[in-house]
Design a protein around this ligand. Sequence first.
Ligand SMILES: Nc1ncnc2c1ncn2[C@@H]1O[C@H](COP(=O)(O)OP(=O)(O)O)[C@@H](O)[C@H]1O
Ligand SMILES: CC(=O)OP(=O)(O)O
Ligand SMILES: [Mg+2]
Length: 456
Amino acid sequence: MSLILAVNAGSSSLKISLFQRQVNDPPRLVLTSSTSSISSPPAKFTFKVVDVPGSELTNSGHKESAEADLRDHESAFGHFVDKLARYAEDLKQATQATGGDRVNLELGQIRNVCHRVVHGGNYVEPVVITEQTYHHIERLSDLAPLHNGAALRVIHAAITVLPNSRSIAFFDTAFHKHLPPHVAAYAIDQNVARKRGLRKYGFHGLSYAFITRSVAQYLGEDPTKLNIIALHIGSGASACAIRGGKSIDTSMGLTPLSGLPGATRAGDVDPSLIFHYTSQAPLDMEENGGEILSHKEGVATEVHISDAERILNTQMGWKALAGTTDFGEIVRKAFPRSALEKSDDDKYKLAFNLLLDRILHFVGAYYLALRGDIHALVFAGGVGEHSVELRSKVGDAVRCLGFVALDEGANRGVDSREGVVVDIGNGGQGGKKVLVCRTDEQGEMARECSIVEDFW
Ligand SMILES: Nc1ncnc2c1ncn2[C@@H]1O[C@H](COP(=O)(O)OP(=O)(O)O)[C@@H](O)[C@H]1O
Ligand SMILES: CC(=O)OP(=O)(O)O
Ligand SMILES: [Mg+2]
C-alpha cells in the first residue's frame, strides 16, 4: 500500500487530494482539501475525509474555515500538511484504542507527490522533479505568471517537508500536443517563433483529459472516437475542441491570458490596447460626453510592457468589470431573486454578458472546426459546474446548432445529483447532448501516476 498526494495550484486556489493505492489497483480517494480565494483574502480552507476506515472516530473538521494567514499557495500547502499530520495521529490513536482497521496516513507513507504544472513548454509527458527539470519549469514561469511560480514554490515545500517522497510534474499543456500546425502558429515570423517557442500551447489539459475519458465512459463511446466542445470555466476559463479524443483547438495560447476572460484576466483584447491603456487615457471619453478627442498633449503616460502584462493578468476580467472575483456574486446581482439582492448597477450584467458572448464566440468557431460532428457540449470548472444561469443562457443560444434544449429541473439540480457526469438536456431524440462534468485534475494526475509509477 502506498499513498499518492495530488496537488493542483490553480490561479485562485490550491486543491489537494490524497489517494491510497494497492499494487495493480487504481488509486482510491481518501481525502480532499481545498484553499480557495487565495488571491482575494481571506482564503477559505476545507479538509474532507472521503473514505477512511475508523474516520467516524475522529473529529476531522469538515467545515469550511476562513484563514487570514493563508495568503499564497505555499502557506496553504504547509497548512494542509500540518492538518494531515494531526489527522493521521488522531486516526492512529482512535483506531489503536478500538483495535479497528487502520489506514496509515502518516506523511512517511506518501510515495509520490503529483503537481499540476500549467506550462510545460516542450515537455509532453510527466517528469520527475530533479534540479534540471525544476529549472526548466522555472524558465517557463514568465509564460504562466499566475501559475508556474506558485507551483514551484509548492514543489519546493513538498520536497522539504516530505523528503522521502518523489515529486512529479504533470503538465496542462501536454493534452494539446497534437494541435495542428496552422492552429498552433501565430501569424508572425516563424523563424523567430521556432527559436523562442512562440506558439499556442493551450492549458487546462489535465481537466480536458479527465473530461474526455469521463464523458466517453458516460456515453459508452470509445474515447479515441469522442468529439466534444468542452468549456472549463473557473477563475481561469478556456474552451477546447476535441476530435477523436484529441485537442484540435483551444482558446488559451502562448500563456493562459488569451481567449476567455477570467476572474482577474482580460482574455482576448486587441494587442494594441496595451499601448493605449494608460492611467490617464489619451482619449478622454468621459469628460466630453462620449465624444472622442484627439490625443491631449502630455497626457499619455507610458506603461512598461511587463507592467501591462501584470495588469492584464491580475487586474482585469470580472474583477475589473464587476469589482469581484466571485462569479457567484456576479450571477446573484445580475439576476436578483429578491429586492434585497437588487442592484442598480449594470456592471454585474456586463460582466455576465461579456463572458457569455465570448463563450458563444468559441462554441461557434469550434462547431465549425468539428464540422458539426459533435457528441456533446460539456461544462466544467468552478463556474461551469455551479452556475445554473450561465449554462441556461449558453444552452438557449446553442440550440440553433442542434444541441438539445436544457431540462430546467436537471440544470437547476446538478449540485444535488451524484456522479461525475450529469446530463442537463431534455433527452430530445437525435440532438447533441449538453453535459456537466465534475472535473478532477488531481484524480487525473493520480490515475496517470499509478500507471507510470510501477515503471519508475
Ligand atoms: N455557485 C457558483 N456560481 C457561480 N460561480 C461559482 C459558484 N461557485 C464557485 N464559483 C466560481 O468558481 C470560481 C473558481 O473556479 P475553480 O475552477 O475552482 O478555480 P481555479 O481556477 O482556481 O481552479 C470562482 O471564481 C467562483 O466564483
Ligand atoms: C490554466 C489556468 O488558468 O488554470 P486555473 O483555471 O486553475 O487558474
Ligand atoms: Mg483550476
